[in-house]
Design a protein around this ligand. Structure first.
Ligand SMILES: Cc1cc2nc3c(=O)[nH]c(=O)nc-3n(C[C@H](O)[C@H](O)[C@H](O)COP(=O)(O)OP(=O)(O)OC[C@H]3O[C@@H](n4cnc5c(N)ncnc54)[C@H](O)[C@@H]3O)c2cc1C
Length: 442
């Protein structure tokens, strides 16, 4: 591959006449219900979960499309992309719009392609499930359970789409065992490149992995096949603690039980107090909660009780595992910000130092409160703090790193996974730089 041209970072040049011509093309292709230039549709397609970041919120509007289209069939995707590329208009694929970095908001306008009507499950084997890109992760997990299987992983935004999770997300329930979604979760992808003669291209195995977590800049995902495994007998275990220091240390021990938990989260009392009401989430007490294999339940309870924890509930069934997942990862931050608006920011953190040096980690930011997740071979979490300025947020990063904490900023929407390699791929797959442009750090 040759080096990416600098124009990939630049604003595509197109004007209102190009958009008008494209809208005419799309009307012919999709009919009057298939495309909209109404303010309501354009505003809706300008929103996502980036409100979690006060830094991104201050940059609003992050972008606004000139038109939104609503394909209903897979065959329409390459036809739409062909039309947009010929007109030189940027195209941003949109799933459920829950991405929290602003990566689904079309930075330079152009066309947003809403993928949510492409929601068919197209089949499964013992080890894989296939679906169109707009299928919800929850739908896939339900179908897997019905076949005595489970997804390798899904995000806490269970209503989000398969394409959106693969292109814009990274981790979730299942990550403790299987890592992040670019680590083999995908068996194959059907994608459409930004070419004037675009067609659906099928990518298998290693050829498909580089397109994961790349915000759609190297190809639009039309459909995917992802990994399943045999369904385990899961128990949702809730425990409470008088202090989160003991809770977090015990959570790390439970994460190392075998078979490994599917999810393991922990919070201090002030965050627990903002979570949805549930007798198992005791107000004023820290919480450890996990989706635990029945074979490890006894050992997990023994660890938690030995550390001073009190078991509050043990629940079973798909709905309970989904419910517990929906208060993991970014969700405690979301609930905290809902309860106390316009106050907090968060920083994505990783490393065992989160547990071993908890007090020092939380002291980096005023009002520091860590939401803890067991990650893949290490601990991870969201460090929440009182927001003053972007400078104050970034000033904390070297302090965290000095404590041995790995930091990923959720306050930017640039491709951040192997960006040089993705840029080189996009040079071939999107030579005009029209797929979700503006995602390269200058
Ligand atoms: C409260 C909260 C909790 C969250 N928890 C998690 C979590 O646990 N784990 C996690 O990984 N993420 C999490 N996220 C981020 C996000 O919700 C997920 O990554 C989600 O799976 C994204 O799916 P979506 O359908 O909403 O995608 P969108 O937000 O619609 O899109 C995300 C990105 O993917 C691109 N894209 C969408 N569809 C396609 C397609 N078909 N082809 C190519 N590109 C496409 C978009 O252009 C955009 O760049 C969270 C966000 C919030 C606000």
């Amino acid at each position: 591959m040759t080096a990416a041209p600098s124009r990939a970072a630049l604003r595509p040049e197109f004007g209102p006449e190009d958009v008008d011509a494209l809208v005419d093309d799309l009307l012919a292709l999709l009919g009057p219900r298939g495309v909209s230039t109404l303010d309501r549709a354009r505003d809706r397609a300008s929103r996502d979960g980036s409100g979690l970041s006060p830094i991104l919120s201050a940059q609003q509007p992050l972008g606004r499309p000139d038109a939104v289209c609503y394909p209903k069939t897979a065959a329409q995707i390459p036809a739409i992309v062909r039309a947009a590329v010929r007109r030189g208009v940027p195209i941003t694929a949109r799933g459920k719009g829950t991405g929290n970095y602003g990566q689904v908001v079309p930075r330079f306008g152009g066309l947003v392609m809403d993928m949510t009507s492409l929601a068919q499950l197209t089949g499964h084997t013992e080890t894989t499930i296939s679906a169109q890109a707009g299928a919800r992760m929850l739908t896939l997990e339900k179908a897997a359970w019905a076949a005595d299987r489970q997804l390798w992983m899904y995000p806490s935004t269970v209503q989000s789409t398969l394409g959106g999770f693969l292109a814009g997300g990274s981790a979730g329930t299942g990550t403790i065992v299987h890592g992040r979604n670019h680590m083999g979760f995908v068996e194959s992808l059907d994608v459409v490149y930004g070419h004037e003669d675009a067609e659906i291209v099928h990518l298998e195995g290693e050829d498909a992995q580089p397109l994961v977590h790349t915000y759609g800049v190297a190809g639009v995902i039309v459909a995917a096949t992802v990994r399943l495994e045999p369904l385990q007998d899961w128990k949702c275990l809730y425990a409470s603690f008088s202090h989160h220091r003991e809770a977090f240390a015990a959570a790390r021990r439970v994460a190392n039980c075998a078979p490994a938990p599917r999810l393991l989260s922990a919070d201090s009392a002030p965050i627990v107090d903002t979570l949805p009401a549930d007798p198992a989430l005791v107000r004023g007490r820290a919480s450890v909660r996990g989706i635990i294999d029945a074979a490890a339940l006894e050992e997990s309870i023994a660890i938690l009780e030995a550390a001073g924890g009190r078991v509050e509930a043990v629940r079973s069934g798909l709905a309970q595992t989904v419910r517990m997942s929906a208060i993991s990862y970014n969700h405690p931050t979301w609930w905290l910000q809902k309860a106390v608006p316009d106050t907090y920011f968060h920083m994505e953190c990783q490393g065992d130092a989160l547990v071993e040096r908890l007090s020092e980690v939380e002291a980096v930011y005023e009002g520091g409160m860590l939401h803890l997740e067991a990650g893949h071979g290490t601990m991870a979490g969201m460090l929440n703090g009182v927001f003053h300025s972007a400078e104050q947020v970034y000033a904390g990063v070297p302090e965290l790193e000095a404590l041995g904490v790995g930091v990923h900023s959720p306050h930017q929407s640039y491709v951040d996974l192997d960006a040089d390699r993705v840029r080189a791929i996009a040079l071939d797959t999107d030579p005009k730089g029209l797929l979700n442009p503006g995602r390269w750090r200058a």
